[in-house]
Design a protein around this ligand. Structure first.
Ligand code: PMP
Length: 430
């Protein structure tokens, strides 16, 4: 293999290590301060929505309701219609929430913990009786999903995420055999962090899983539903794929405008079957009188239509694409063929997933950190922070300016090589 570092002799490796250490020290001396740890939009992306900050907001809804006041707890009908068109959902199955889909996920798991689904005992009751609630977690995955499970004492079972979605053979066997497996986290489009898009077949299999648990639930976090960068990938409708009556009630679909307008100041929603939506509204009515309808109207009046929002996403993609191009070309130029790294080539979303030589991810993140480039913690993409191979790192290219990204990627590639060479030398030394 061209440039393969893994096949170098011990002497050649030692010489390379000296050279890499020298290059690394050059970066340390530059006293960098770059943060690539979270997938935050860059200020230029946010600027594209500045019109929302000064617009003349009309506070009457289509049917004349005064949106400045309490009421319409589950969201404005026109907001539901908007999301329904955008995401190919039925407006009747939608509930609009506050500013965060993650908060809606947390709330939904909490409700299941406290109240259950109405069919089976509340999950907390099971836990109190010593029976562990378990969730399947496709890996690598989104660390904040795992955090919700940890906070609720839900046992996480990692399952491999392949190019077309999670390992369905493994999942089918597990959920059929264990009635304590109650849920699965899915990011079906441009997944965080690899950018995996679920195939129609996988969506169909998930929609119709035979499970031992009567209260099995699918957390369908479609956070990147309209976030293509290189190619818009179609996603099959999980609701339409359901074959058995009532099956849609075990699907909880989440979405928000966090990475469309302003993170922390967008609009979030969830969708499910009629029975689940009725349950959710019942519990919600004890939780809040109403969410922020002015923000719902602000988004509707600013973007005008589902097509308007998709057009905005094309502008955002134009800002993100050069950054993804930069990361991918640096990885290819500097690590391609070395045998020390593999990475994903996402078609959209916010991240690139990097796999270092086994046993090196923590060291790479630590080396980069010491040279002033903060990366997502190694292991964060796995339940309990446990990446058995210690190899996965999530690269978040959105926030830094291109010039900063250029520097950060050069440094990252040096760190990957340095940690890899060091590991190879230690292996050879036995
Ligand atoms: N889900 C996924 C997969 C994410 O990557 C993120 C972060 N953008 C969120 C949910 C958080 O969304 P929100 O800001 O709506 O809570």
């Amino acid at each position: 293999m061209k440039n393969s570092i893994t096949s170098l002799t011990p002497n050649a490796l030692t010489a390379l290590k000296t050279e890499l250490e020298r290059e690394y020290q050059d970066y340390v001396r530059r006293d960098l301060k770059l943060d690539m740890s979270r997938g935050k939009p860059a200020p230029k992306q946010l600027d594209l929505c500045n019109g929302m900050l000064s617009m003349d907001l009309k506070y009457r809804t289509e049917n004349g309701t005064d949106a400045r006041n309490y009421g319409v707890m589950d969201g404005l009908p026109e907001c539901k219609a908007f999301f329904a068109e955008l995401l190919d959902l039925d407006p009747k199955q939608i509930v609009i929430g506050g500013n965060s889909s993650l908060a809606m996920m947390y709330d939904q798991v909490s409700r299941l913990m406290l109240f259950g689904t109405g069919v089976e005992p509340a999950w907390k009751t099971c836990q109190d009786a010593g029976r562990k609630i378990k969730f399947l977690c496709p890996v690598p995955g989104y660390d904040r999903h795992f955090k919700i499970c940890e906070a609720m004492n839900i046992e996480m079972i990692p399952v491999p995420l392949h190019e077309d979605g999670p390992d369905m053979e493994l999942i089918s066997g597990l959920v059929r055999a264990d009635e304590m497996i109650k849920g699965i986290w899915c990011v079906p489009l441009y997944s965080n962090p690899q950018g995996v898009c679920y195939s129609d077949q996988v969506v169909g299999q998930l929609a119709n899983l035979e499970t031992a648990a009567k209260d099995f639930r699918i957390f369908w976090d479609n956070a990147y539903a309209i976030h293509p960068i290189y190619q818009a990938v179609p996603l099959a409708s999980i609701f339409k794929a359901v074959n058995r009556s009532g099956g849609e009630n075990r699907i909880y679909y989440f979405f928000s405008t966090s990475k469309i307008s302003f993170p922390g100041a967008g609009v979030a929603m969830m969708a499910s079957g009629a029975k689940s939506i009725a349950e959710i509204k019942k519990h919600m009515s004890a939780q809040t009188i109403s969410y922020d309808k002015l923000n719902q109207l602000r988004h509707l009046q600013y973007f005008q239509s589902a097509d308007g929002m998709k057009g905005h996403m094309r502008e955002l993609a134009d800002l993100l694409r050069p950054k993804f191009d930069m990361v991918l070309s640096k990885l290819q130029d500097q690590l391609g063929g070395t045998g020390l790294a593999k990475w994903s080539t996402p078609r959209g979303g916010y991240f690139i997933s990097l796999d270092t030589y086994p046993g090196c991810a923590k060291e790479v993140v630590s080396l980069a950190g010491q040279a002033g480039v903060k990366l997502t913690e190694a292991g964060a993409t796995y339940p309990y922070g446990l990446d058995e191979n210690d190899s996965n790192i999530r690269i978040a290219p959105s926030y830094p300016e291109l010039e900063e990204l250029d520097t950060a990627m050069d440094l990252l590639c040096i760190c990957v090589k340095l940690a890899g060479v060091d590991k190879l030398l230690r292996i050879q030394e036995g």
